[in-house]
Design a protein. Structure first.
Length: 445
């Protein structure tokens, strides 16, 4: 604990952010690669409808597993501040409660997902010829979701301990395994979408098992102690007050996917859902460095907020936005120059090759400033201020993008779906900058 305090409380902020953000970025990149590989392999070896099926199914799996993510982020905020304030007992109790909550809720939601699989798939856009292939895929990966939920809970906790490399390894293992199993199950065994689902499910399990082994080892400062599994009402409330931000955000993303898939299917059919499937995978992969900066920001800011070192907190905010904006600009330039070549990686379908590049460029237009949104909401999470964190988190996906993605296509067709992304980015960035600046001026003098 003393070593952690020395690092997060005294070392140069830029050095700390790089140390935290680089492993987080690599981990997110590799995990994104996990999803990209599925899309590439099913697109090349199964067909266009398989891309559409994955586009429909994965948001459902991540909605369920986001329970673990929310519990992990909410709990890690408590743990970071507790460690910064030298309250290790609260950190240990929080960790035990996180484990209990994740396992209980993941099992409940997976059971419901199995019982109501067809209505859920229909709701998320599995219409027409997409439904049978989506059902086959969903029926397999649902059993890997509890492992994914546990992994998504444990990953931010590992970072809160100041062990970003282990968090990175936890995300790399399933990606590498998924590539190998996809080749084996889809290409060699010819198991189709069932094989793709089995590969993904087993990769989720490997991630969860690795994180469990870390917490059982001497490398973890937050050991698994059975007496801490008993739920503490105050801890549970604090976890969900902060982690609920991430859960609600994923819920908003899931509602967004319902609206997007509805608009895309209504105005462009199955092919437009496949177009978005490719764009979404590219977005997840390419934005990994920016997301890595926001993930690296959380433990550094949280610790220094707990230690009441306001100058270091302000420096962390400014440095994170600076790094993230540079990375966002580089990403946009890359998309601008190589959009056609990127699409060729996923498919050789003529229609997809024609429709996807320009749509992708529109979606990425405001990438250089997205870091401001991420750091703004992340600051309030790190500070334990749930309501502003929730509002800022919901700005893009919930408050702006959902209505825009529903209304604009009524007037502009599928093109309206693509333009809803940069418009939502601009509006949410303006509000986030205003709220964050007012908070810094008021409370970080």
């Amino acid at each position: 604990m003393a070593q952690l305090a020395n690092e997060l409380g005294t070392e140069k902020i830029s050095k700390l952010l790089i140390r935290q953000a680089v492993p987080a970025t690599i981990g997110i990149l590799v995990m994104s690669l996990n999803m990209i590989v599925d899309t590439i392999f099913v697109g090349q070896w199964i067909g266009v409808l398989a891309i559409a099926a994955i586009t429909v199914v994965l948001p459902i799996a991540f909605l369920i597993s986001s329970i673990g993510m929310g519990i992990g982020i909410g709990g890690s905020s408590i743990i970071s501040r507790a460690l910064g304030a030298d309250r290790s007992e609260k950190a240990f109790l929080t960790f035990g409660n996180q484990i209990s909550l994740t396992l209980i809720l993941a099992i409940i939601f997976v059971t419901l997902g199995n019982i109501f699989s067809v209505p859920i798939l229909n709701l998320f856009g599995a219409k027409g010829t997409i439904l049978p292939i989506a059902s086959e895929y969903f029926g397999v990966i649902i059993y890997g979701v509890p492992f994914l939920a546990f992994a998504m809970m444990g990953n931010p906790v590992i970072r809160a301990e100041g062990k970003p490399k282990f968090a990175m390894y936890a995300m790399m293992i399933p990606a590498v395994l998924n590539v190998l199993l996809d080749i084996l199950f889809i290409k060699i065994f010819n198991w189709g979408m069932w094989g793709a689902g089995l590969a993904t499910s087993l990769s989720y399990a490997s991630c969860g098992i690795y994180i469990l082994s870390f917490f059982l080892s001497s490398k973890s400062e937050l050991q698994i102690i059975p007496k801490n599994f008993k739920l503490n009402l105050n801890i549970v409330k604090e976890i969900f007050a902060l982690g609920g931000v991430s859960i609600v955000r994923q819920g908003a993303i899931s509602v967004l996917m319902i609206v997007l898939n509805y608009s895309l299917f209504t105005y462009g059919g199955e092919i437009s859902i496949a177009v978005f499937g490719i764009i979404n995978r590219v977005m997840m992969f390419s934005l990994s460095p920016v997301l890595g900066v926001s993930q690296g920001f959380l433990p550094v800011a949280g610790f220094n907020i707990g230690a009441e070192k306001n100058d270091r907190v302000k420096e962390t905010i400014k440095t994170s936005i600076y790094f993230g904006s540079i990375l966002g600009t580089i990403i946009f330039i890359g998309i601008l120059l190589f959009k056609e070549q990127i699409i060729w990686i996923f498919t050789n379908d003529a229609t997809l090759l024609q429709e996807t590049p320009n749509a992708m460029l529109i979606v990425f237009l405001v990438t250089p400033v997205v870091t401001m949104q991420l750091i703004g909401s992340a600051y309030f999470q790190a500070a334990g201020k749930a309501l502003p964190a929730l509002i800022l988190t919901l700005l893009k996906q919930g408050i702006f993008l959902i209505p825009l993605a529903y209304i604009l296509p009524m007037y502009f067709g599928v093109l309206g779906v693509w333009w809803s992304f940069p418009i939502a980015d601009i509006l949410s960035t303006i509000i986030t900058v205003f709220v964050l600046k007012r908070e810094v001026d008021k409370n970080l003098k």
